[in-house]
Write a protein that binds this ligand. Structure first.
Ligand code: PBG
Length: 321
């Protein structure tokens, strides 16, 4: 006798009954790019169907979110002016700070997460303050504190430092607590790998480094164990949620981290992953809906609770069908 596994795959109802992985809209976080200026609602060349929004055009975004029933976003800002120290990143009236205020006023139920980093704001495009062309880690922490605080003061619900400097979680936690923001959670990009999958984002966020690369602060993809270490360290320092980034090529890391912590665990399904699916489906090489849903379930299967993805609005629509 052999076992007949096909019995439980016989039709959709049976398959639904035996499945053990679930995906819902509540799991999804939608990344949004806000640009300084007016009257800008422009498709991003490297990310089909993703847009740059100026603040006056954010109502278009809010309408899309409402229609899809997605209520969580992560914001990225593109300032008009950049300088060595990324001053616009912590300007209380900067593009992100104003965007948060606008969204919180127009749609208070939207949960607003902010990416805390310098690369979109520095003239050199690196994620920190440079000294002899290298990031000065400890000096950078002071700037990250200022950025995170400015976001929270503007109304952000959660901050997500993505710079990969050492000690950033402890430093930001301390800065927030000092001003009595004890209840604001920190979502740490704990395992962020130096990845070629960020290419389209750097175009979208104008954040490509002007020289060198990010390999001395982001992680080397030939490492497993160090990722676990770094994530556990971020948790020690006060991270409330941790992110693995990119997602698709790193599901082993997701699973290992899931085994080590009970905290919320996110994957960032990054720009290059999105762009690949878009390119292939536009050429009719793959079925977009099928491929994307399969990817989303694989993130959940690996152990992620939440997914940051440019596909969020589409996925929401497909889940409704
Ligand atoms: C940077 C940041 C990056 C992404 C999110 N925050 C890129 C980078 O490190 O260059 C990438 C997101 C994506 O590729 O979708 N602070």
């Amino acid at each position: 006798m052999f076992k007949r596994y096909k019995k439980t795959r016989i039709n959709q109802s049976m398959r639904d009954l035996v499945r053990d992985v679930y995906l819902s809209k509540e799991d999804l976080i939608y990344p949004v790019f806000v640009v300084e200026g007016e009257n800008i609602y422009q498709e991003i060349s490297t990310l089909p169907n993703q847009y740059h929004y100026s603040i006056d055009k954010l109502p278009i975004l809010l309408k899309k979110l409402k229609k899809a029933n997605i209520d969580k976003i992560i914001l990225f800002g593109l300032p008009k002016e950049k300088d060595e120290c990324g001053k616009q990143a912590y300007n209380p009236n900067g593009v992100i700070q104003e965007a948060i205020r606008f969204i919180k006023k127009e749609a208070p139920d939207i949960f607003v997460i902010t990416d805390v980093c310098l690369c979109e704001y520095t003239s050199h495009g690196h994620c920190g303050i440079l000294e002899d062309e290298v990031i000065n880690n400890d000096l950078t922490l002071e700037y990250l504190n200022k950025i995170a605080l400015s976001h929270v003061k503007a109304g952000a619900d959660m901050v997500a430092p993505s710079d990969m400097n050492d000690g950033r979680i402890k430093s930001i936690r301390h800065a927030l607590d000092k001003e009595n923001y004890h209840y604001i959670p920190i979502m740490s990009y704990g395992a962020k790998y130096a990845s070629s999958f960020y290419g389209p984002f750097r175009e979208a966020a104008c954040s490509a480094p002007q020289f060198g690369d990010r390999k001395y602060y982001q992680m080397d993809y030939r490492n497993t164990k160090l990722a676990i270490d770094e994530v556990l360290n971020d948790i020690d320092e006060g991270a409330d949620i941790v992110i693995v980034k990119p997602a698709l090529a790193y599901l082993d890391i997701v699973q290992k981290i899931r085994d080590k912590t009970n905290l919320g665990l996110a994957v960032y399904n990054v720009s290059g992953e999105y762009a690949m699916v878009k390119a292939a489906s536009q050429q009719d090489l793959i079925d977009e809906k099928g491929t994307v849903l399969e990817m989303m379930y694989s993130f959940k299967r690996a152990g992620a609770n939440m997914i940051i993805t440019y596909h969020a609005l589409d996925v929401a629509g497909w889940l409704d069908e």
